[in-house]
Design a protein around this ligand. Structure first.
Ligand code: HH2
Length: 261
């Protein structure tokens, strides 16, 4: 899953793709590099960010989605109205970082649209989520949360076989907690749904490499993290540098299944 932020303020690529033509070209390039899906997002969820209005989010994403016919796309939104417009424009998956807690109307849009859905764990909300997050047992808590949100979505009519789960790396977690989640991904995969991880360029990677004030991580660090996550059961990777991840993960997968003739 290639990341396409059409925001002025995303933590790693904010402001890069605000022109819809340039954004659409980047989306097509990511598919050419091997992305199976392009995740279009109009609202930054970086730590400390405030939300934007429905109108502003639509103004950012609709011109891009209109230019992406034939490209497999997911929409990174928590808003029912944005998801509704996106699905009408051919989007296949709704990536909701609030796991259907942000907008009570979203679950119906997903269910009625027959869309795929990603449910992500987040502690608190982006504005406050990094204020000293404390867990008794981060892995157990995230697993319990995702199991509960999965049951909620299915009860509301979303087809279970269309749902994937995401521990929400960096969303209300310290670097140590993020690493613990990656280490324990098998426990999340045991919930029976594909696990998606977004480790790409997250500040935890820069911190692990020795910079306590890092705001982003490098692409090399991202690839290492993705391979570690793959080894522990993740199967969908939300990444910025698509070709590097496709190459690394293709090799990791070939080792796993002995696919090369
Ligand atoms: N991370 C970000 C945004 N959306 N969605 C899922 N499912 N999982 C993630 O880990 C995830 C996500 C944050 O990264 P990015 O889009 O690069 O930055 P921003 O939120 O500042 O736009």
């Amino acid at each position: 899953m290639g990341v396409l932020n059409v925001t002025p303020d995303s933590f790693s690529d904010g402001g890069v793709h605000v022109d819809p033509e340039a954004a659409a070209a980047r989306a097509r390039a990511m598919v050419a590099e091997g992305a199976a899906l392009v995740d279009v997002g109009g609202e930054s969820t970086r730590p400390g960010s405030d939300g934007i209005t429905v109108d502003e989010e639509l103004r950012r994403v609709v011109p891009v989605l209109e230019r992406l016919e034939g490209v497999p796309v997911s929409i990174d939104t928590a808003k029912a109205e944005v998801a509704r417009r996106a699905l009408a424009l051919g989007v296949e998956l709704v990536n909701d970082v609030t796991a259907l807690r942000g907008d009570p109307a979203l679950v119906e849009v997903v269910a009625e649209g027959g869309a795929y859905l990603c449910l992500m764990h987040m502690r608190g909300e982006p504005r406050t989520m990094q204020d000293a997050p404390v867990y008794d047992d981060v892995l157990a808590e995230v697993a319990r949360f995702l199991e509960e949100r999965l049951a909620f979505a299915v009860a509301a009519g979303v087809s279970e076989d269309r749902i994937c789960l995401d521990p929400g790396i960096g969303f209300g977690k310290t670097p140590r907690q993020n690493l613990e989640l990656v280490r324990g991904l098998g426990q999340l995969a045991a919930l029976g749904r594909p696990v998606l991880v977004g480790l790409s360029r997250k500040s935890t990677l820069g911190k692990v490499l020795g910079d306590p004030h890092a705001r982003v991580g490098s692409d090399d660090a991202s690839v290492g993290a993705a391979v570690a996550a793959f080894d522990r059961g993740a199967s969908i990777f939300r990444v910025h540098a698509v070709r590097r991840h496709v190459e690394a993960l293709t090799i990791a997968a070939a080792v796993e299944v002995g696919a090369y003739a």
